[in-house]
Ligand binder design. Structure first.
Ligand code: CA
Length: 221
């Protein structure tokens, strides 16, 4: 899962990014509204954390332009204490949730997970399919009931496929959602990552559909 964090205060931006990275998300950042608008318009994010008070273009304007352009990613807005008209306007403009500053990082992380779950149509934090179980709160994976040790990148890959279980995910889409802006991205690295995971999870856990992409299948009913 790949997130965009938009916040002009360097300390807060760094704290949010560190907390979400430690929770298994690839994070890109923007420090002003123009950068945010551009990134959200050109990249594919699973969720955006958007501060409303931003230089160059305010967060509400960014939000409205994204929605007007048809971008549907879940968005959590960050607002100043007492700024309730702003929150109402933000929700009316298409924000999915809000947090009032100052907030606890634990609460932000819980809301991020819940929104990502909801946008994948899942009702709680443990996702199961076939022999695989993913716990998004503990960031742990089990195969046939046994815990499996995975790297952060391996976790992101499984988490993305599990949130989209039953759908063939193209390699290009996976690459976009796994890696942050600064990471090297290529199909060979992705293939190597999938092979490592098959060794850990069992050879049939992740299917390759040649020419189409990768799939964690839903068990046959
Ligand atoms: Ca701000």
């Amino acid at each position: 899962m790949r997130l965009l964090i938009v916040e002009d205060e360097p300390r807060i931006r760094e704290d949010i990014t560190a907390a979400l990275a430690a929770s298994g998300f690839a994070c890109d950042t923007a420090a002003d509204g123009e950068d945010a608008w551009f990134l959200g318009d050109t990249e594919n994010y699973d969720l955006v954390v958007l501060d409303l008070g931003l230089p160059k273009m305010d967060g509400l304007a960014v939000l409205k332009r994204w929605r007007a352009a048809g971008h549907k990613m879940p968005i959590i807005i960050l607002t100043a204490r007492g700024a309730w008209p702003e929150r109402v306007e933000g929700i009316d403009a298409g924000a999915d949730d809000y947090l009032t500053k100052p907030f606890r990082m634990e609460e932000l992380i819980a809301r991020v997970r819940a929104l990502i779950r909801r946008s994948a149509g899942l009702s709680h934090g443990v996702i199961e399919t076939g022999d695989l179980t993913l716990d998004t709160r503990q960031m742990r994976i089990w195969a046939s009931g046994a815990p499996v040790a995975v790297s952060p990148l391996e976790y992101r890959l499984i988490a993305y496929l599990m949130h989209h279980k039953g759908r063939v995910v193209p390699a290009g889409e996976l690459i976009e959602h796994l890696y942050g802006d600064d990471d090297a991205r290529d199909a060979n690295a992705l293939e190597a990552l999938i092979m490592r995971l098959r060794k850990k999870l069992g050879s049939t856990a992740i299917e390759t559909r040649r020419g189409f992409g990768y799939l964690i299948a839903e068990p046959q009913a």
